[in-house]
Design a protein around this ligand. Sequence first.
Ligand SMILES: [Zn+2]
Length: 307
Amino acid sequence: MAWFKKQRKPIEPPDKQSRVPEGLWVKCPSCTQIIYNKDLVASLSVCTKCGHHFRLSAAERLRALFDADWREFDHGLTSTDPLKFTDTKPYHKRLDASIAATGLNDAVITATGRVNGIETSIAAMEYSFIGGSMGVVVGEKITRAIERAIAGRMPVIIVSCSGGARMMEGSLSLMQMAKISGALARLDRAGLPYVSVLTDPTTGGVTASFAMLGDVNIAEPKALIGFAGPRVIEQTIRQTLPEGFQRSEFLLEHGMLDAIVDRREMKDVISRVFHFAGFGEAARPAARAAAAGAAGETAAAEAAVET
Ligand SMILES: [Zn+2]
């Protein structure tokens, strides 16, 4: 029996609710810096202090990559719920909720436009639509984006941000892996470049297919990239996984990626890749004219020496 009994109630914890208006300031989860929302938008949602990459929506991603406006395709495609699937709630209800929340009809936006002057076909995945999962619609839209690139002789960028295949569509979702990979093989035969951008998170069937098939595979810093989750792997191999396992830096070190690029430099790096592949020469007539002019001057100077 205790000698003393606490009579008074413990002191109430302070009100946890922030008095800062919602959406005006954002706290960086990595360095706890408080960032003004407008500054964050200006830096493409990268923390100005520590470089933490916040997740971007598909529309923000397109805005960050295209020069100005873009033309969206296949906006109206929607899943038909072929299996009439129900888990904790019916799949069609999940779809309706995601459509209402995001304004999209599925987890990807496909569009064409210019990237530093180079006409490009881009597919950007939307994580807030059922975890960016790949169902029949995502597979069809990405395939069409690749075929559009082949028809128009354009390079392709696919920005992955996905939890993998959409299990509510069963094996139909897994078939999209082969379908997109097949389209990428046709793109390759047409001699057109494909840059895969892997963002946080890129997992499951997306990693196991098109996300790793880029002519150049570029990841954002500290992105989670893997096939199965770390817990599943640990249980299977009965070993503790190393520090930083399945993060971009670890994958780059082990030869799974070509580069890790800060989001603020992503557009310029990708357009340099396209230039290297022979695209965008028409966009640089000034540079070629300058080179030709310089050559002409040397020839004239040599002629002058001879006389
Ligand atoms: Zn930070």
